[in-house]
Write a protein that binds this ligand. Structure first.
Ligand code: PXP
Length: 241
């Protein structure tokens, strides 16, 4: 079974756009679980543009499936994570001016800093995952800093403008997935996946055990509701469509 982590950040994006108390990402998470979500993913950004600290705390006490916190490797967010204790912390790069996470984390260039962050998170019982580009050097660096879980960035494949570039990016993902799986790592993937481009990735990457998908599911839920939008994506992951 391939697991689906539903990222509900963009429910909070709509709320923050108007400063209202609705829609509630925790309610969206509960509906996602009803639709088949195996995990809920949220990104507590340093600029708090969508998910707020209180959402993270309420999420932790309200959902019965694992909670995956995407976070920058910063002291401020680390302290919050150590206090609220998500099941998984996925370390991501973060830039204030970006629209969404751009590119994977450069684990190789910050080995010492990341080693310390990984050790503090794992010491608190939190599984640590690194959001990285499909790059062998980054996979080796992830193992070296003390964790064996990665989330491969699928964005370049999803954003490819033509078939040749899409195939080239998919090939990079295939090579990286095979390499990491052979090294005994837990391989996840995500970013930019939607109802059109996901099945090709799932077929090409049989060793990937979990996908984290947000924007396309929340966008589709405007038409069909969250439960059905999640259910449809689950069907794609399970090869039922
Ligand atoms: N995985 C990671 C590490 C991310 O940063 C994001 C975006 O927050 C996602 C998955 C989900 O990406 P999308 O919203 O494009 O499905």
């Amino acid at each position: 079974m391939v697991l689906l982590g539903v990222n509900v950040d963009h429910v909070a994006t709509i709320r923050q756009a108007r400063g209202t108390s609705y829609p509630d990402p925790v309610e969206a998470a509960i509906c996602s679980i009803r639709g088949g979500a195996d995990q809920i993913t949220i990104h507590l950004r340093e600029d708090r543009r969508h998910i707020q600290d209180s959402d993270f705390e309420r999420m932790k006490s309200s959902i019965q499936v694992p909670l995956n916190l995407e976070m920058a490797a910063s002291e401020e967010i680390l302290k919050i994570a150590l206090n609220t204790l998500p099941d998984t912390a996925t370390l991501v790069p973060e830039k204030r001016e970006e629209l969404t996470t751009e590119g994977g984390l450069d684990v190789n260039s910050s080995r010492d800093h990341l080693k310390e962050i990984v050790s503090r998170l794992t010491g608190a019982g939190i599984t640590v995952s690194m959001f990285i580009d499909p790059d062998i050097e980054q996979i080796d660096a992830t193992l070296a800093v003390g964790t064996n879980t990665i989330e491969l960035h699928t964005g370049r494949y999803c954003d490819a403008l033509d078939d040749i570039s899409a195939s080239r990016e998919l090939e990079r993902l295939m090579v990286a997935t095979r390499y990491a799986a052979k090294a005994g790592m837990r391989v996840c993937a995500g970013h930019g996946l939607n109802y059109e481009n996901t099945s090709r990735v799932v077929e090409a990457l049989p060793a990937v055990v979990e996908y984290n998908i947000g924007h396309s599911i929340i966008a589709r839920s405007i038409r069909v509701g969250i439960e059905r939008a999640v259910h449809e994506m689950k069907n794609i992951l399970e090869g039922r469509v």
